[in-house]
Design a protein around this ligand. Structure first.
Ligand code: NAD
Length: 293
């Protein structure tokens, strides 16, 4: 029988990486969170502590569970230290195919032969990322949702060469993190990003056409269609840069309906990236509330 996996490394400690590390540590993995930016790591540590604390306040678990999770976590900027003895690595760096391919080539050199290499890409090709390594059978997509400690799904994406055993291992990791899974083949945008980007892009076009304000489009989608969030609130949460990178890839592979809108490009060029930069379609105060709501 295969040896149990106990060590997890999460690469990239931004919006997604910190949440993935939190649920990994909570699920009992000795978890190392790595980022090239020590500021990003410091921010991630604060976010994880605050989110774990909120879970206690909401009665989801006890103080001792939080302490155990925190005891399982460590932070480093050193990639070798992070992955040198990892059983599973989950990559959550910036959505850029060349960056991810270069990182996976490096992970392949630094990790033990047994290590499963997963990417949290929202849309990019698992097959192309896997091809940067000499172990494509052990590369898989694990697409988490924002915020990872709340959202219940992980899309598991098989590249062309991904083995059945890797799929089984990714499902096991997901279960230990308390998540449900769906298995998807490697087509740009998988299930959820493809649907989400189509809705988001249509909302951007409607804004450009002057159909209604961003606030009213969001309100209509929330109250009239019963979505939990409107498309502009949601893209502000995701990050306009991250969505743009994913859309560009989907446009290239799925055609015209995914062409990013000029307004989207303009906002990214202006640095209006959403919640993470304090301003996207809406403006946010220090507590993350929309100003003027
Ligand atoms: N934001 C979302 O809602 C969401 C949802 C699901 C999946 N994703 C995917 O997760 C990944 C990360 O997205 P995010 O929103 O967390 O991005 P982010 O911009 O919040 O964070 C990215 C982090 O990666 C770090 N980084 C960049 N290059 C690195 C490298 N070579 N080594 C280590 N760290 C590096 C950056 O310093 C930054 O802290 C992307 O692939 C994205 O598509 C995002």
């Amino acid at each position: 029988m295969a040896k149990e996996m106990t060590r997890l490394a999460v690469i990239g400690s931004g919006i997604m990486g910190n949440g993935i590390a939190q649920i990994g540590a909570f699920g009992g993995y000795a978890t190392r969170l790595q980022d090239i930016s020590s500021e990003a790591l410091a921010k991630a540590r604060k976010t994880i502590e605050a989110n774990l604390r909120k879970g206690i306040e909401r009665g989801k678990y006890e103080e001792a569970d939080m302490r155990r999770a925190l005891g399982n976590l460590s932070y480093t900027t050193d990639l070798r230290e992070a992955v040198g003895d990892a059983d599973v690595v989950i990559e959550a760096v910036t959505e850029n195919l060349e960056l991810k391919r270069a990182l996976f080539a490096r992970l392949d050199e630094l990790c033990p032969p047994r290590t499963l290499l997963a990417t949290n890409t929202s849309a990019l090709s698992i097959t192309a990322i896997a091809a940067a390594t000499k172990r494509p059978a052990q590369v898989i997509g694990m697409h988490f949702f924002n915020p990872p400690h709340i959202m219940r799904l992980i899309e598991i994406v098989r590249g062309l060469e991904t083995s059945d055993e890797s799929l089984r291992l990714a499902e096991e990791v997901s279960r230990r993190m308390g998540k449900e899974t769906v298995a998807v083949n490697d087509k740009a945008g998988f299930i959820t990003s493809r649907i989400n980007a189509a809705i988001g892009n249509e909302a951007f076009r409607m804004l450009e056409e002057g159909v209604a304000s961003a606030r009213d489009i969001d309100k209509a989608v929330r109250l009239g269609l019963n979505f939990p969030m409107g498309p502009f609130e949601l893209v502000d949460l995701v990050g306009l840069d991250t969505r743009l990178n994913a859309l560009e890839f989907m446009h290239q592979h799925l055609g015209e309906r995914y062409r990013p809108t000029p307004i989207h490009r303009t906002y990214v060029a202006a640095g209006r990236l959403g919640r993470k930069s304090g301003k996207g379609f809406f403006e946010y105060d220090a507590n993350g509330n929309i100003i003027g709501e």
